[in-house]
Design a protein around this ligand. Structure first.
Ligand code: HEC
Ligand code: HEC
Length: 423
């Protein structure tokens, strides 16, 4: 792409460039040819200080040779590469192309390394020394300038190694923080709080939450004012990770020490903390490695849902669970086959039916795929369970098929179930 808005300047610049080169050659040829003003003693006749004469020797051969080579080289270069106005050069080379090629080559070389990390959870990656070494390098080059090379942060930049998180310390929350970035906004609150004295009282109350140095009389006076802060920091001051509002009760301060003047300042002026988004800079694998690296720095919070999700996802198979008198049949994706050993779990239901109660059967499906097919699948599953009950001696009028209120219960294995309860 040309930087020139009109062709004139391109030609103009190219013309000057070429004129310069040919001018040099011409001068060289010209000055090699004529020997102007030569006296008999091979001087120009110029004399300084009585004795200092200017010789009229020709240019040294080697020097002329180098000069010519330089000119020829520059002409060849300008023919092959961009340099003459907007002329692209016969090789059509550009810096961006070369950069892109190098990046692609680098990514290709790294791909097999990253492929080994694909699909691994943070907990698994943390145990992989190679992944952590890469995470360390990525962190040092991209994150350390704000969060510190030890990831402990500094004023305004959160410590990533403690258990105190603005936005949450589970792997998916950290991943979200890195990928999409975060903007924590605390609006200036002075107007909502009241007079300068009110603000000081409130600041003392905030300090009292974490047992910091405070005036307890002021803290008591300030306590009711905290109501305006509760929307973000919570009524108990423990913060809200959905808003990035810090916990004010733990004596960990993102924006400096917990002293009255600092908190007064915070209330009066508010604060906006910005964590840049890295989605466009890194590959998904790199983002996963960085997530694991940060998560493994010591403050990472165990992902409770991973513990329950992982086994179910690993075994996408039917199973039976009895929970609080309700028998739950879980199904494999898209299937209506009952788990083996379902009879045992149903024995309780059968006993209840024999005692005069009704078995209420509801089919649930996950929210993936076509809604109509899902409704049909839910019905098939419920019918499969009814057949099972019939086989155990329950008659059709002792069974009630009931459509659950909410069929769309998420995309998890938990959602692919039939519940049987006694009604
Ligand atoms: C709109 C939501 C919101 C309200 C209302 C709010 N805050 Fe905040 N507050 C935040 C956020 C978000 C941060 C973190 C700012 C950042 O990310 O840099 C913060 C930070 C702070 C901090 C600094 C904490 C630290 O670790 O250094 C203090 C102190 C504080 N708030 C006190 C208050 C008090 C007192 C009030 C009530 C007058 C209040 N906030 C009202 C959202 C809020
Ligand atoms: C320009 C400075 C800057 C850079 C560079 C930066 N961060 Fe941040 N980061 C911040 C700030 C500021 C916050 C706090 C945002 C807020 O106030 O809510 C933050 C927050 C975070 C959080 C959330 C912390 C919490 O308590 O929930 C994580 C995780 C994080 N950064 C990781 C990274 C990683 C990994 C990198 C490198 C890829 C990185 N950051 C690069 C400034 C930066």
């Amino acid at each position: 792409m040309s930087d020139f808005t009109s062709n004139f300047w391109s030609v103009y610049v190219a013309g000057i460039t070429l004129a310069g080169i040919f001018g040099c050659l011409l001068l060289l040829w010209f000055s090699g040819k004529t020997k102007a003003m030569t006296d008999s003693d091979n001087t120009t006749g110029h004399v300084w200080d009585g004795d200092l004469r200017e010789m009229n020797n020709p240019l040294p051969r080697w020097w002329v040779g180098l000069f010519i080579i330089t000119c020829v080289f520059s002409l060849a270069y300008l023919f092959l590469y961009p340099g003459l106005g907007s002329y692209q050069g016969s090789l059509n080379w550009s810096q961006t192309d070369q950069f892109d090629r190098e990046v692609t080559r680098g990514n290709e070389q790294a791909a097999p390394i990253y492929a080994a990390f694909a699909g691994k959870s943070a907990a698994e990656l943390v145990k992989d020394p190679q992944a952590m070494a890469i995470g360390d390098r990525l962190f040092m080059n991209n994150c350390a300038q704000c969060h510190g090379s030890d990831a402990r942060g500094s004023t305004g930049f959160p410590n990533l190694t403690d258990g105190d998180w603005l936005w949450g310390g589970k792997p998916d929350q950290i991943h979200e923080s890195i990928t999409k970035g975060r903007t924590g906004v605390m609006t200036p609150m002075a107007a909502a709080v009241g007079s300068g004295d009110d603000v000081r009282n409130l600041a003392n109350y905030v300090l009292s939450l974490s047992g910091g140095p405070h005036d307890s009389v002021r803290a008591n006076l300030g306590k009711p004012k905290f109501a305006v802060c509760a929307a973000c920091h919570g009524a108990d001051g423990k913060g809200n990770q959905l808003l990035g509002a810090p916990n004010l009760t733990d004596n960990i301060w993102v924006h400096g020490a917990g002293v009255e003047s600092h908190i007064v300042n915070m209330i009066n002026n508010g604060k906006t903390g910005v964590m840049p988004a890295w989605e466009s800079k890194f590959t998904p694998e790199q983002l996963n490695v960085l997530t694991a690296y940060v998560w493994g720095k010591g403050g990472g919070v165990a992902d409770a849902s991973a513990a329950t999700k992982a086994p179910a996802a690993a075994a996408d198979a039917a199973s039976v669970v009895v929970e609080g008198g309700v028998v739950k049949f879980f199904f494999a994706t898209g299937k209506a086959d009952l788990a083996p050993a379902a009879d045992k779990a149903l024995a309780e239901i059968v006993a209840g039916v024999k005692a005069g109660k009704k078995a209420v059967i509801s089919g649930f499906v996950d929210s993936t795929g076509n809604a109509e097919q899902n409704a049909e699948l839910a019905k098939q599953r419920a019918l499969a369970v009814r057949e099972q009950l019939k086989a155990l001696g329950v008659t059709e009028d002792q069974v009630e098929l009931k459509k659950p209120g909410n069929i769309d219960a998420g995309a998890s294995a938990e959602a692919r179930r039939v519940e049987v309860s006694l009604g």
